[in-house]
Design a protein around this ligand. Structure first.
Ligand code: ADP
Ligand code: MG
Length: 251
């Protein structure tokens, strides 16, 4: 797919200055966060878990988020994934404020644009690898022949071409997490969010999965944000930020 076809990019015909017709310039980020606050009211008073965070992640960019346990990393990803709402601030995904959408439209938006990978694979044990990968397409009422073929191709891309009909119980931990990555990509999202995706894997599997996520991110031009405790993995990302006391520090 050409850059101009990506929703994150706009083709400006007859743009001013030295940009000629059909030059592609970036108008906005896939993920654009401004002054994001998440506040919990506790008996001890209000607690700002996220305290005016701002960050942009474009198509084709990757970002690792590190930080101590309880610092708000999952809260941040859940808000970006529209699974939780900000207390204040602005979150734009693919140029839209998803929190303005009604519940039905928000679910459709999430399913179209955002892929998730969690620490646990959350595969359904009774389904094969291919059927698990198909779930996001089924949820959109789109599980025809093309989708079945796409699920197979995704499993081949994550190195599981010979495990398509295996059930989760017949796969190793690393293989199960690869299926979860293929499932996250099923609907062709531009945004991939991973919350400690290697947290349950040994060192070798962790490295393999991390490299695979970055390869997929680069080849598909995704905006990838990955929370990790693994410093080696974080070091492979183009950008790293530490979340501490509600704020980001660039590393
Ligand atoms: P991390 O992923 O960095 O370990 P989390 O985002 O899961 O951290 O949690 C950040 C903080 O927010 C934790 O201190 C947690 O106790 C607090 N928290 C999460 N949910 C609630 C809630 N519903 N009410 C009050 N505090 C909460
Ligand atoms: Mg967490």
């Amino acid at each position: 797919m050409g850059l101009a076809a990506w929703p994150c990019w706009k083709t400006i015909a007859n743009a001013p200055g030295n940009l000629g017709p059909n030059k592609v310039i970036r108008m906005s980020a896939c993920i654009s966060v401004t002054d994001l606050v998440k506040r919990y009211d506790t008996p001890a008073g209000p607690l700002d878990i996220l305290d005016r965070i701002s960050i942009d992640v474009d198509a084709g960019q990757n970002l690792a988020v590190v930080g101590p346990s309880g610092s708000g990393k999952s809260t941040f990803l859940h808000i970006l994934g529209t699974l939780d709402e900000p207390t204040s601030g602005t979150v734009l995904l693919m140029d839209r404020n998803p929190f303005e959408l009604n519940e039905r439209k928000l679910a459709a938006f999430r399913s179209e644009h955002i892929g998730f990978v969690f620490q646990e694979h959350h595969l359904l044990p009774q389904l094969t690898a291919r059927e698990n990968v198909l779930i996001p397409a089924v949820a959109r009422g789109n599980a025809g022949e093309q989708a079945v073929e796409r699920a197979k191709q995704l499993l081949e891309r994550v190195g599981l071409g010979k495990r398509i009909d295996h059930r989760p119980g017949q796969l190793s931990g690393g293989e199960r997490q690869r299926v979860a990555v293929a499932r996250a990509l099923m609907n062709g999202p531009r945004i991939l969010l991973a919350d400690e995706p290697t947290g349950s894997l040994d060192h070798a599997n962790s490295s393999d999965l991390g490299r695979m996520l970055l390869d997929l991110q680069k080849s598909d031009g995704l905006a990838l944000i990955c929370v990790t405790h693994n410093d080696e993995l974080a070091g492979w990302f183009d950008r790293q930020v530490r979340l501490e006391s509600g704020r980001f520090a660039e590393l």
